[in-house]
Design a protein around this ligand. Sequence first.
Ligand SMILES: Nc1ncnc2c1ncn2[C@@H]1O[C@H](COP(=O)(O)OP(=O)(O)OP(=O)(O)O)[C@@H](O)[C@H]1O
Ligand SMILES: Nc1ccn([C@H]2C[C@H](O)[C@@H](COP(=O)(O)O)O2)c(=O)n1
Length: 249
Amino acid sequence: MWRRVTLLSPMISSSSRSQAAFGLTARKSFATEIINSEERVSPSKEKAPFITFVLGGPGSGKGTQCERIVETFGLTHLSAGDLLRREIALNTKNGATILNLIKDGKIVPSEVTVKLLQKELESSDSSKFLIDGFPRTEENRVAFERIVRADPDVVLFFDCPEEEMVKRVLNRNQGRVDDNITTMRKRLKIFEALNRPVIEYYKNKGKLYTINAVGDVDDIFQQVLPIFSSFEQLKESRNVNPKTSLVEN
Ligand SMILES: Nc1ncnc2c1ncn2[C@@H]1O[C@H](COP(=O)(O)OP(=O)(O)OP(=O)(O)O)[C@@H](O)[C@H]1O
Ligand SMILES: Nc1ccn([C@H]2C[C@H](O)[C@@H](COP(=O)(O)O)O2)c(=O)n1
């Protein structure tokens, strides 16, 4: 995928296996393209990508803060929820199943979500990704490691009390099928049961950054800023004000 050639062979085989499992038509793998056609490798793919996972309960403000991170550090935003909703909107073969699961506050099978993320990662020229709303479960996490063969550099956790999340979701007003009190209660239960172990996993690995997600959007972003500022890989892409030559934020 990213010229980590030692990792390519296992990635090809696990990728083909999971494609077969989902009945996807075999396509020339991206890894094969890289090996066969060196000129296609963009300079940004010469190194392993910088990956951030963004975790937090429903309505904790992940998407809102991702927008700010993208503006400031130029990461490419991949929202697992948005990718799944796109499948519903495009009425793909998994679309109806995904819709029913989301309506019921349930988690979509990991292979489906990971394949969607993998496709985006492979087709992007970027080398820095913000993967929002993923992994939601230990199964999601393990499937990503197995299929994509990459680990996150940073894991953000937006920590927000349940009642605040309920209030935000019910006021969101974007016409989402899961923004109602019945589904929200189910989502919160699933978050506690399935996402907490993932948060614990990354805490034990020393990769977790917990953000207090209550308060003003700008103030919350002030907690996020120093985390990304400390990574060399992101320094060159920080937004600089052309008039003052000062780094903004
Ligand atoms: N700090 C904040 N204070 C008040 N409202 C907020 C704050 N951050 C985000 N919101 C609002 O709360 C709602 C949920 O935010 P957002 O969509 O960013 O959450 P999310 O964690 O991505 O949710 P989901 O997991 O359900 O997609 C939105 O309407 C957003 O405008
Ligand atoms: N890794 C994921 C991410 C999302 N989903 C499903 C279930 C969620 O309730 C819904 C909405 O996601 P959000 O926009 O809140 O991130 O999408 C999933 O099954 N697996």
